[in-house]
Design a protein around this ligand. Sequence first.
Ligand code: TRP
Ligand code: SF4
Length: 327
Amino acid sequence: MKRILSGMQPSGKLHLGNYFGALKNWVDLQEEFECFFFIADWHALSSLYEDPRLIKNFSYEMTVDWLSAGLDPEKSTLFLQSKIPEHAELHLMFSMMVPVPWLERNPTYKEKQEEVKKVDMSTYGFLGYPVLQAADIVLYRADFVPVGIDQAPHLELSREIVRRFHNLYKKKVFIEPDAKISDIPKLNGLDGRKMSKSYDNAIFLSDTEKEVTKKVKQMLTDPARARRDDPGDPDVCNLYPFHKIYSPQSMQDEVAESCRSAKIGCGDCKNMLTETMLEGMRPIMEKRNEIVKKPKDVEEIIAEGTKKAQLVATSTLDRAKQAMKFK
Ligand code: TRP
Ligand code: SF4
């Protein structure tokens, strides 16, 4: 069985953008691959180093979301990065051989510098972010790494680091990982901007039925429909993509038709969406109710997974040191 590895930075509860952008894909991959999924809490420290105490609770919330959404500890190994010191050790060893210009030309490095204003991101650790990511991946000899397109440069860098290591020490210890880029349905937030916790426009996996209903009501629609009898265009509407995800084809067609002919108003359309959306989200909501009753189990799942991951990490790091004759 081919092996998959991926990680997420803990930044608190996950929203539908995170779910359809990554998590749902992970849940599906469990059926076909041997999967390792981890909480990238050291990576989170790169932007939260002023407030590291937030990370623990963020990690817990994210794990509950993972389990509610269907990540299954019987099928996948779920673990916490910072409990496995091999990530840090391999990161350090790689850092000795990775030329700084490889990191300086990394597009996410430059973008984040401009984007994040609240905290100084011109740190040594953040420059090396993709080096730590490379260590994460290759420690588990993963064949594929499911990530969004924004992470493609990091995967390319991981491959370059692997090649450099193999060239230097003349021994193939690692697997050159392939990115597994998924198509992400375009879902924006309530206000039409990218869905994001910090824009306060997100629908969370952990929202209650009442909250979801309220948020759908607030959603921006086609601004051309200022009055009930103005025709609209589902293709420019911010809400319609949610129908595409949650509603059956027949409803999608009906909504599109009746929107264009102004047979229905946005209120009607939202009522229909609320129903299909809640139906789609209900299994996740129900699973969550079970999980939060036993927070101890959540911790145990991660502890168990970490033990399993540790074995793989130890063995790979050992082989890397042997290849370097540094042992
Ligand atoms: N950089 C990734 C992100 O922000 C998180 C991450 C850290 C990761 N290490 C990884 C993803 C290893 C895949 C593999 O989404
Ligand atoms: Fe969007 Fe539906 Fe309103 Fe049309 S009727 S603009 S699809 S919310």
